[in-house]
Design a protein. Structure first.
Length: 295
């Protein structure tokens, strides 16, 4: 469906070939899978050479003429760099923020132990605010949120679904306030609308922590880059896929590659894949996942 949206810049045979390649990856039909993992060769035309400038080449492909397009909503709506983990996305966003010369403001969160937990008094003593501030959990914005006018951000909570402010909605920052920021909606039925994003209190849902804590912060994070999981459901015209290590989750490679409308809008940078050839990565598709799916 996404490839048909981008058919104006591709021939029918190119679309059919690329579509078949994507479906083969999604079905795990490449090579001889071992424990659900198989090696995938990436075509040269969508591969960025792993070199000293490889990461910069990926950025320049995904965000060409960045500074001249900072006020162009369509520009940010159509593109993103995808990476497998929050830490890698953070590297992408930090690098892009450094390249943007615009007004900047820093917002600090207020963190505390969730009051309804048992033994809260002893927990408060064991985990002072400095410890909570240093924690980065999936689904929560960072303690120190640095923003610049014009940068793309993504909502991390449902705020007002009737006005399109849902978890995963992308926006651009337009104005700063002390406890609220003004943004322009990039995606969804309310694209182009001006909205206000306030601070709100968010609880962790990380079951690996011995306690729960809450963070009061703007419910957004910068999104020049997104995790592959966060990109599910997104349709983009230009995607840079950053793979400094092989993917490990079922179907993750297919999700990342199938966000684009055309083959011309996709580039992949592969790094540190041990003994694999420089144009090869791992595709994880576990057939048992399909066993209980009825047609």
């Amino acid at each position: 469906m996404r490839l048909l949206q981008g058919s104006s810049c591709s021939s029918a045979s190119d679309i059919a070939e690329f579509s078949e390649w994507l479906l083969t990856i999604g079905d795990g039909k490449f090579g001889q899978p071992v424990n659900g993992e198989s090696e995938i060769q990436i075509p040269d035309e969508i591969l960025i050479k792993n070199s000293e400038t490889g990461f910069e080449d990926l950025v320049n492909f995904t965000y060409p003429d960045l500074l001249r397009n900072m006020s162009n909503s369509e520009y940010f709506r159509e593109r993103s760099i995808l990476a497998p983990t929050i830490e890698l996305v953070g590297k992408v966003n930090d690098y892009m923020m450094y390249r943007v010369s615009a007004e900047e403001r820093e917002y600090l969160s207020s963190d505390s132990i969730y009051k309804e937990d048992d033994n809260v008094e002893s927990e408060l003593d064991a985990f002072p605010p400095e410890v909570l501030n240093a924690m980065n959990c999936s689904g929560l914005p960072p303690h120190k949120l640095s923003l610049k006018i014009g940068v793309p951000v993504i909502l991390m909570r449902n705020i007002d679904q009737s006005n399109g402010l849902c978890n995963g909605t992308r926006l651009t920052v337009k104005r700063f306030g002390d406890h609220v920021i003004q943004c322009t909606v990039l995606t969804g039925t309310k694209a182009g609308s001006a909205v206000l994003i306030p601070r709100m209190t968010m609880n962790t849902n990380n079951t690996n922590l011995p306690f729960q804590f809450q963070r009061r912060q703007l419910p957004i994070c910068v999104c020049f880059g997104m995790t592959i999981n966060k990109a599910q459901g997104q349709t983009l015209g230009c995607v840079g896929l950053y793979l400094p290590r092989p993917l490990f989750s079922h179907g993750q490679l297919y999700v990342a590659l199938s966000r684009v409308k055309s083959k011309q809008g996709l580039r992949i940078l592969i790094e540190n894949h041990d003994d694999l050839p420089s144009n090869t990565t791992i595709n994880a598709v576990y057939e048992e996942v399909f066993d209980n799916i009825t047609p």
